[in-house]
Design a protein around this ligand. Structure first.
Ligand code: ADP
Length: 639
């Protein structure tokens, strides 16, 4: 007997979780093991294609062998098999990616934190270890293709495992599960019945492209058996090899045959998500490109979605055979959240990655998928608003980036998918809805940007625009203002920031009045401007303020908020908005300024600085020199 080895710490923890699992879907171990077997055969088949080994796809099969007396279930494949080293590395150490990421993912996710099992199982397809949910002992007998020696891996759980040489005639892997003892709540014998196994294969592994076979026993009543014959003699018993799965990939089936549950199961298994998808898109297209596509919109953004690590892409199949796992050319960045696959007869099996990039057919498919996804989202927006808002919460940011990054190229495609919170009812509205609710004579879409709705609402200008009866869109994400500026307009209605200097909402009379006041106070404004130096591009009086003494507006295309966003990015180049300090001539402070202008220029400079800093703070901007601010404030207070 070989020496027992310990599992790596990570694996041990996961294993413990599996052994003590209260997960209600323990049955998924079968799909995990079958999926591994299928992968192992894929690997060997590919090897055969590349190295001309001459293996026939038709020779591959998976076999389930339940043994009720021994209480074991054996799953056999004739795939690529494993060497001793591979047994050690693959089964002794859990896929590193999985466990580490799992910990980060779960942080902050209450549901998952309280439910270790589910998130691990669903998220990372812990695969092989799931066997320990139902088995107290597992053996893996495996012979790598082309090797002379076979090895037996044995484990009874967290204690560790052994690997020793063993007998095995042909290549492939044979996994035997020694079922746990039944308990009051769990009946593990169930997994040894033909009936249950057949159902589970149908449910989880029907589309597997290799036959999953099992010897099933049929019992027919004997017609001529005497009434009083012993029970076992009343039946004719014969066994028969049955293929349990249809082998038809889910996406090749007719939509009418499929239930939501089928799609959801498929998605969860294939894309390791423990939550069901928000929606699925199943389409078959013939014409310039012939393909079937099965796509899913996840409910939540994966933890790495908004990072560089995230890789977009769809699986690419050529007539049912996987040729690429993540074909990024099939998805535009703005729909990078979509998971799924495309199967096309038009693509050659041996096409290389480089060739694929230039493949005309692939480009046509990608364009068609883009439209399909857009239409599906639009449909959801129209018919299932709540669901769409859930989608928007998870992926809206990406759509907005899409408009911005595409330099407006994707505007037509994406603009009707946008949602912004509106000042009316604080609900999310589309641009179409905003425009439909515009006041008579209103020709701009008004927006205000800031860190949060509350902060925006507290802005002096926002108050006055709302008072005039205009609806305002709150732009609270960093990308928002960049996005609407990139669009410039929606159906010929221009986007207009209420924080811009040239907000033209006054009556002719009001305009005339403030113009005169500005002329009268030109010297004062110039003096304040001089005191502030290049912090501001202009200083002027305004009649848009009611209770506040001052505010900041932006004169150019770059707003103060955008300046803040740009400067928070790690570049040397600092952006600078053309800020204007606007003063309320009806506020008592104005008289004070006037007085200081005539009597105390030095104090006027201090006041100017304090007022500017105040206005910046109200806008949610950081102040350059808090120490100076505090000193000036003290100076004024001590006076
Ligand atoms: P995953 O399948 O997600 O990689 P698993 O824990 O299910 O994780 O399996 C770990 C590894 O063990 C697989 O990646 C594969 O290399 C190997 N393996 C598992 N089952 C088999 C099998 N039946 N035949 C060959 N290799 C296998």
């Amino acid at each position: 007997m070989s020496r027992k080895k310990a599992f790596k710490a990570e694996s041990k923890r996961l294993l413990e979780m599996m052994i003590n699992s209260i997960y209600t879907h323990k049955e998924i171990f079968i799909r995990e093991l079958i999926s591994n077997a299928s992968d192992a055969m894929d690997k060997l088949y590919f090897k055969s294609l590349n190295e001309n080994l001459g293996l026939d796809r038709g020779d591959f099969q998976i076999r389930l062998t339940p043994d009720k007396d021994a209480r074991t279930l054996t799953i056999t494949d004739n795939g690529i098999g494993m060497t001793a080293e591979e047994l050690e590395n693959n089964l002794g150490v859990i896929a590193q990616s999985g466990s580490l990421k799992f910990k980060e993912e779960v942080k902050g996710d209450e549901k998952a934190e309280n439910n270790d099992d589910i998130s691990v199982i669903g998220q990372f397809g812990v695969g092989f270890y799931s066997a320990f949910m139902v088995a107290s002992k597992v053996t893996v007998r495996s012979k790598a293709y082309g090797a002379d020696t076979a090895y037996l891996w044995t484990s009874e759980g967290v204690d560790g495992y052994t690997i020793e040489e063993c007998e095995k005639d042909s290549h492939g892997t044979e996994i035997t599960l020694y079922m746990k003892e039944n308990t009051d709540d769990e009946d593990y014998d169930e997994f040894l019945t033909d009936y249950k196994l057949r159902n589970l294969v149908k449910k989880y592994s029907d589309y597997i492209r290799y036959p999953i076979k099992m010897e099933v026993t049929h019992r027919h009543p004997k017609e001529d058996a005497p009434e009083d014959a012993p029970e076992e003699e009343k039946y004719e018993v014969h066994t028969e090899d049955e293929t349990l799965n249809s082998m038809i990939p889910l996406w090749k089936k007719n939509k009418s045959e499929l239930k939501d549950e089928d799609y959801n199961n498929f998605y969860q298994e294939k894309f390791y998500d423990y939550t069901e998808p928000l929606a699925h898109i199943h389409s078959k297209t013939e014409g310039t490109a012939t393909y079937s596509a099965l796509m899913f919109i996840p409910k939540k953004a994966p933890y790495d979605y908004y990072s560089k690590e995230y890789e977009k892409g769809l699986q690419l199949y050529s007539n049912g055979v996987l040729i690429m796992d993540k074909c990024s050319d099939l998805l535009p960045d703005h729909f990078s959240f979509v998971k799924g696959l495309v199967d096309s007869e038009d693509l050659s099996l041996n096409i290389s990655r480089e060739m694929l990039q230039h493949d005309r057919q692939l480009k046509i498919i990608a364009r068609s998928l883009e439209r399909t996804i857009k239409n599906e989202l639009k449909k959801m927006l129209t018919n299932e608003r709540e669901k769409y808002e859930e989608f928007w919460k998870a992926f809206g940011l990406q759509i907005k980036f899409g408009i911005y990054n595409g330099y407006g190229m994707n505007k037509e495609l994406l603009q009707d998918l946008l949602l912004f919170t509106s000042s009316k009812d604080k609900k999310q509205v589309t641009l179409e809805e905003y425009v439909a609710g515009m006041k008579e004579g209103q020709d701009c879409i008004y927006y205000a940007s800031g860190d949060s709705i509350e902060r925006i609402d507290a802005l002096p200008v926002v108050e006055s625009v709302k008072d005039k009866g205009y609806e305002i869109l709150y732009l609270t994400d960093n990308v928002d203002e960049f996005c609407v500026q990139m669009m410039t307009d929606y159906n010929e209605k221009k986007f207009k920031s209420v924080q811009a200097g040239d907000l033209d909402l006054q009556t002719e009379e009001e305009k005339k009045e403030i113009k005169e006041k500005n002329e009268d106070s030109k010297e004062l404004c110039d003096a304040i401007k001089e005191a502030l130096g290049d912090k501001v591009a202009a200083v002027r009086l305004t009649n848009t303020l009611k209770t506040h003494p001052v505010c900041i507006t932006s004169d150019g295309a770059l707003s103060a908020q955008m300046e803040k966003v740009l400067n928070s990015m790690p570049t040397d180049h600092k952006a600078k908005a053309d800020k204007a300090l606007e003063i309320n001539p009806n506020h008592p402070i104005f008289d004070k300024l006037q007085y200081l202008f005539d009597n105390d220029k030095e104090m006027l400079a201090t006041y100017a600085d304090l007022l500017f800093t105040q206005a910046m703070l109200i806008e949610g901007m950081a102040i350059d020199d808090p120490v100076k601010f505090s000193e000036e404030l003290s100076k004024v207070m001590a006076k």
